[in-house]
Design a protein around this ligand. Structure first.
Ligand code: ASP
Length: 337
């Protein structure tokens, strides 16, 4: 199965074999991400990193992943500083930037915009999030994290129980992750959201039609007895007003006391980040930071591995990485973490 030259726009492009192929390559990237070795396999290649919506982790981890493979990154951030604010079409921007780059990562606030952009691009385009629609690279790193975390307690994805909490309507990460999980077997989904922010019907149907069990509720307590608890942020930027978003911020808070009372002793806690740590929201309390089952930072670290794998695959160098190895001459303690 080849990814070479392909766009990565939606999780719908993946089946279980393709996912495992990405994960195998992602695992092989660990020594480079940990600075035990370097590779220059993408020496001379350029990533166009175009982020027209706020981002820290996704943007920087795309950039770092490319740098770790030896490539260079050219970046633009924000709509106002781009020619899109002068009325340029996505097609025109794509034509131009793709002639400057070998691959493009892009985030944009409008659903479907990255696919539209890809039509004008002469190089592979990776979707870094298009509005409330999809976030395929996040879903792959989430799944990679779930597989790894469950494996550490001899569990597997088939047959697991996941509770998704928060803004399941506008949260693109839970949309993409649910579609990927639907490819596995006998999963119990507990979807915890205010009625107004429930998971879209088409995604619930897709999961149910794939044979999984779905429980929908707007109550947190009593519904957290899962293998994975995936908390999310209220996506305030997608609400008509801040007042509207504020109605839901802080509604579902997870802290150590709730964890101890309602979760299993090994329930893994995930969150795509950023967690909203302001007092009125505080959906994932800092008092969980010492809980060994809090996987949020391991999850973010995994993002670099998965994005390195996707660049290697779409540029067709996945089997050449070790041929271009060299030493790491500087001090680093990343190998120990
Ligand atoms: N960083 C994730 C996203 O871009 C989640 C979030 O923003 O809440 O969708």
């Amino acid at each position: 199965m080849s990814f070479k030259g392909e766009h990565i726009l939606s999780v719908k492009q993946f089946d279980r074999d393709k996912i495992q192929q990405v994960f195998d390559i992602a695992r092989s990237m660990e020594p480079y991400a940990r600075r035990q070795k370097r590779t220059k396999v993408l020496d001379g290649a350029i990533l166009g990193n175009l982020f027209f919506e706020p981002s820290t982790r996704t943007r920087v981890s795309f950039g770092c992943a490319f740098n770790l493979l030896g490539g260079e990154v050219r970046e633009t951030t924000g709509m106002q500083s781009s020619a899109l604010s002068k009325g340029e079409s996505l097609f025109d921007t794509a034509r131009v930037i793709s002639s400057y780059s070998d691959v493009i990562a892009m985030r944009h606030p409008q659903a479907g915009s990255v696919a539209e952009f890809a039509e004008g691009s002469r190089v592979p385009v990776l979707n870094g999030g298009d509005g409330a629609n999809e976030h395929p690279t996040q879903a792959l790193l989430d799944l990679f994290t779930i597989e790894k975390e469950l494996a550490s307690s001899q569990q597997q994805m088939d047959g697991m129980h996941i509770a998704m909490i928060g803004d399941l309507k506008f949260g693109r990460t839970v949309h993409s992750l649910s579609k990927l999980l639907a490819l596995y077997k006998n999963i119990q989904f507990t979807l915890i959201a205010p009625n107004e922010l429930a998971m879209p019907d088409e995604i619930v149907s897709l999961i149910e039609n794939a044979g999984h069990k779905v429980r929908i509720t707007d109550v947190l307590e009593g519904n957290l007895n899962a293998d994975i608890v995936y908390q999310t942020r209220i996506q305030e930027e997608r609400f008509p007003s801040q007042d509207e978003a504020n109605k839901y911020r802080g509604k579902f808070r997870l802290n150590q006391e709730i964890y101890t009372r309602h979760c299993k002793s090994n329930t893994v806690i995930m969150h795509p980040l950023p967690r909203d740590s302001r007092l009125e929201a505080n959906e994932l309390d800092n008092d969980l930071n010492l809980n060994p089952n809090l996987a949020i930072f391991r999850q973010a670290d995994n993002g670099v591995l998965v994005r390195m794998a996707l660049f290697a695959l779409t540029l067709g160098v996945e089997n050449l990485v070790s041929n271009y190895e060299c030493e790491v001459p500087w001090y680093s303690n990343k190998g120990q973490s």
